[in-house]
Structure formats: structure tokens, C-alpha cells
Design a protein around this ligand. Sequence first.
Ligand SMILES: C[S@@+](CC[C@H](N)C(=O)[O-])C[C@H]1O[C@@H](n2cnc3c(N)ncnc32)[C@H](O)[C@@H]1O
Length: 282
Amino acid sequence: MPRVLKKIVRKGVRNLFGVDVVRARFDEGWAQERDYWLGVIRDFYRSTYGVELDPAQTDPSVIPPLETIVKVQRANKAERDAFFASGYRGALAYQAELLDYGFPVDRTRNILEMGVGFGRLLIHYFPFKASLYACDVTPEAVTWTRARHGHRVRVDLTAGEPPLPYDDGMFDFVYANSVFTHVACEGVRHWAAELRRIIRPGGFLIFSVLDANHYLRDIPYRDFHRDYQSPGCRDWDQDRGVRMRNYLDRGFLFSTWGDYFRVLELRSHYRDQSHLICKREH
Ligand SMILES: C[S@@+](CC[C@H](N)C(=O)[O-])C[C@H]1O[C@@H](n2cnc3c(N)ncnc32)[C@H](O)[C@@H]1O
């Protein structure tokens, strides 16, 4: 079967049934992965912080229906096992990175998730004492997340451009998962300045990017050369508004964000977006 047809079939099956055929070839499936990461995150919380999971972290009622999910995410996230498996894995990655740089999550006072979607990652901060804030540009995401978690998170509908409705130096930690993959290249510097403004000196910013590592596994060499070996920042699918994706190469990331933060690391993750780990030094 030609590669392009394979890609269409794979995407169609994934969107219709929430099953990724390539994953199914490699892995046991989302249910096993969910159980695996649930065990890992439970042990991590107990051994590192001496806390137990919050009930929301295993409660299927935190998952919106399919028609709501698809407003901002892949259809497979409406499936309970995929929602939780990817959420445990993702939240663990951010929290382990903070810990690696000497900032355990139980020492944070105010945390913001930019582009929160439906709170898939944010619920994993519920066991801690920090005040939680979330913002998103998609009204359906804000409505859902506010209705479901508004009693423990302040959720704001924000614009696609800065400023954000937060005070200077208000946050110890800001993270954005799969959000800068939707921000146009020319907007990146404005966001870097704005995020620096709302993070206190000594605070952290971590966000995910689609770097070469992510798609290395299943693209043709010509696309790899065009998309990942050309320097800078590249917008794709511009017509599709907030759903466009961009590629931010290593040099672009370090030089652009490095004007506003100390860029500590670009860390790869297993079959997921890489994380740029930044610290506001002064
Ligand atoms: C792929 S979803 C990820 C949602 C969530 N972070 C997660 O990992 O489950 C991307 C989210 O970013 C939001 N978004 C895109 N651009 C944004 C911006 N400039 N400011 C805030 N949110 C944005 C979208 O509305 C969407 O909810």
C-alpha cells in the first residue's frame, strides 16, 4: 500500500475507533499502559511526597464526551484508558523534570497550565497544596473544565495573543502541553516575554514541542529533510487557525527562549512531544 494511503487509513481508524494501529503493533494497548503508569505515579507520589492519589485521578467522570473532546484533542482521548494512560505519563514527565532541577512540586505555591484543554494533566496536581490556575482559548474547553473542576481551579478564557490576566511574578511554575505546537512562529517571542512576566524569579516554565524526535519514527526521508533539518521555526497548516502545528528546531528554541529564560534542557520523551525546560533566573 502506498505510504500516503497507509497514513490516511491509520488516521481514519484512529479517529473513528480511537485505536492507533501503529501503537497496537508495538504495545499491549491503552488499558495495560494505564495500569502501568497508574502504578508508577502512585509509587512516585508516595515515595517522593508521602501523598496518596486524589480520587479525580482515577475517576472516569473527568473525561468529556467524544463530541466535546474532538474540539481540541484526538478522538482517542475520549477513551478512558487512553485519557488516563497519557495523562499519568505526561504529568509524571513534567513533575519529574521539576524534581530533577531541585524544585519538588510540593514546594510550589501557584501553578498555571496554559492551554489546559479538559484538565487531563492538571488533575494530577490535585494531591498538592498549590493554588491551581488554568487558561485556554477554546470556549468549550473552558466551559467543561470550569464546570468539572472550577471549585479547585481558577479557569480563564484567554486570547490567542498576550497579555494573560495574571499579575507579574505570580507563578512558581507554568507549563503548556501541546500548546506551542499551535502558536504561530511570529507569536513565540511575545509569549516568551509574557510568560517571563508572570513567572517569579527562580520559577520554572516547561512546555512541549514537536521536535525531530517525535516524528522520527514514521515519516519519509524527504519530509524529514524538509521539516526537521531546516533551521528555524516552520508553520504548517496555517489555514486551520489554532490547530496548526509548527516545528521549532533546537537552535531556534534555545536562542529565542534563551533571551527570556535560562534554557536548561530539551528533553525527549517516549513517543511523545519533547519538553523545553526553562528557568527564570532573575
Ligand atoms: C492539544 S490540546 C492540549 C490540551 C491539554 N494541554 C492536554 O495536554 O490535555 C491544545 C490546547 O491548547 C489550547 N491553545 C492553543 N493556543 C493557545 C493559546 N495561545 N493560549 C492558550 N491556549 C491555547 C487549545 O485550545 C487546546 O485546548
